[in-house]
Design a protein around this ligand. Structure first.
Ligand SMILES: [Zn+2]
Length: 373
């Protein structure tokens, strides 16, 4: 996406936060969200020491009760209104029926079901195996039902994006991945709107081009906006994928933009816009986290984490929005991967898997975009 290697346009609004500032912001956000969700933050109990723990150990440390339906292959823990089901051979726990991915598979050993020892920390939102910036935000609070997606293959036409040493244009691989993703999503019953389907720009002026992508997304009223890019760096040794979402510091301007798209009195629109913004942010994080997990597994490339930036298409989307930098076109191996149709299909399939995983989790949730006029 943004790079000194890129010819032509750049993300005018992009400027990375200094790392300590980002960490502080993430910590404050995480603490705030945990506080809002749980009401208070209690000190974490003493952790089991090994990588795995038995059902009984987890129950004792985290104050759960072992449900008597538990067997060697299915462990069931209960606390308050929460019921957690662990299954042998699966890295997914069901929390009141909602799938939550664990750090490893549960395995039966000599009559006991061995469960990854940090599972309850993950389920209760205290820890994430990926160590991303917003690791403490619990995924199960996210209502996300994805029936319509806007896919934005970055750049196009006069804007090539980044260019590989072998002459491969970013705009070309972005479009191919976008079209493959469209086909995969449509096959799964999801409606798709593309910002472009050919090698074109939406405007010869970069700023207008980006505004048009934002406007097209707003009028499509999707449940998710996905921008597809390939990354570049002056350090040619860097490779792997990153998932970006908008910075929370742009909140007030973005709430105002959402309010502009709602109906009703000024105060009603402002109140609703704040709630839509919060829902969008949690949903963006949920999809970002799912993308991170699935891409890491399916592509086998380096995972560079979930990051925040001010890219205009993500910042001004009035729906959940993420931007995926699939790999580094400036890296020799990255360019070779991006140049392979097989790899680009893998990307499309993996992104589709992540979208479906998130959507299943929130299938009973109301459509965020339904409130938009
Ligand atoms: Zn790009």
């Amino acid at each position: 996406m943004n790079s000194t290697l890129k010819r032509g346009w750049s993300w005018s609004t992009w400027s990375p936060l200094p790392a300590p500032c980002l960490r502080n912001q993430a910590a404050v956000l995480a603490a705030l969200v945990v506080f809002v969700v749980s009401g208070c933050v209690s000190p974490p109990p003493t952790k089991p020491r090994g990588r795995f723990a038995t059902l009984r150990e987890l129950a004792e440390v985290y104050n759960y009760v072992i449900d008597d339906t538990s067997t060697q292959n299915v462990g069931v823990l209960a606390k308050g209104g929460r019921k957690v089901v662990f299954t042998a051979g699966s890295d997914i726990a069901l929390v009141n029926g909602t799938p939550v991915r664990l750090e490893a598979m549960c395995v039966p050993v000599r009559g006991d079901l061995m469960i990854p020892s940090r599972s309850i920390d993950i389920i209760e939102g205290r820890w994430s195996p990926d160590g991303d910036a917003m690791a403490n935000v619990p995924v199960e609070t996210v209502p996300l039902s994805i029936r319509k997606v806007v896919i934005d293959p970055g750049h196009g036409g006069k804007d090539p994006g980044a260019i590989a040493a072998n002459g491969l244009y970013e705009k070309t691989v972005n479009l191919d991945m976008g079209l493959r993703l469209r086909d995969a999503l449509v096959r799964s019953g999801i409606e798709v709107v593309m910002t472009r389907v050919t090698d074109t720009h939406l405007s010869a002026d970069k700023s207008t081009d980006l505004d048009k992508r934002v406007a097209l997304t707003a009028s499509a009223k999707p449940d998710l906006f996905l921008s597809i890019h390939a990354d570049a760096s002056t350090d040619r040794s860097v490779s792997g994928f990153s998932v970006y979402m908008a910075r929370d510091e742009d909140r007030s301007a973005r709430v105002a933009e959402i309010a502009r798209c709602l109906e009703g009195s000024y105060s009603a629109r402002t109140t609703q816009a704040q709630s839509v913004y919060d829902t969008n942010r949690r949903a963006s994080l949920a999809i970002a986290r799912e993308l991170q997990t699935v891409l890491k597994t399916r592509l086998g490339t380096d995972c560079r984490g979930i990051k925040e930036h001010g890219a205009r298409v993500v910042k001004w989307a009035i729906c959940p929005a993420v931007l995926v930098e699939v790999d580094f076109i400036s890296n020799y191996s990255g360019a070779a991967r991006l140049g392979s149709a097989e790899f680009r299909q893998k990307v499309a399939d993996a992104v589709t898997e992540a979208v479906l995983m998130c959507s299943r989790r929130g299938s009973s949730a109301p459509k965020v975009s339904a409130a938009m006029r």
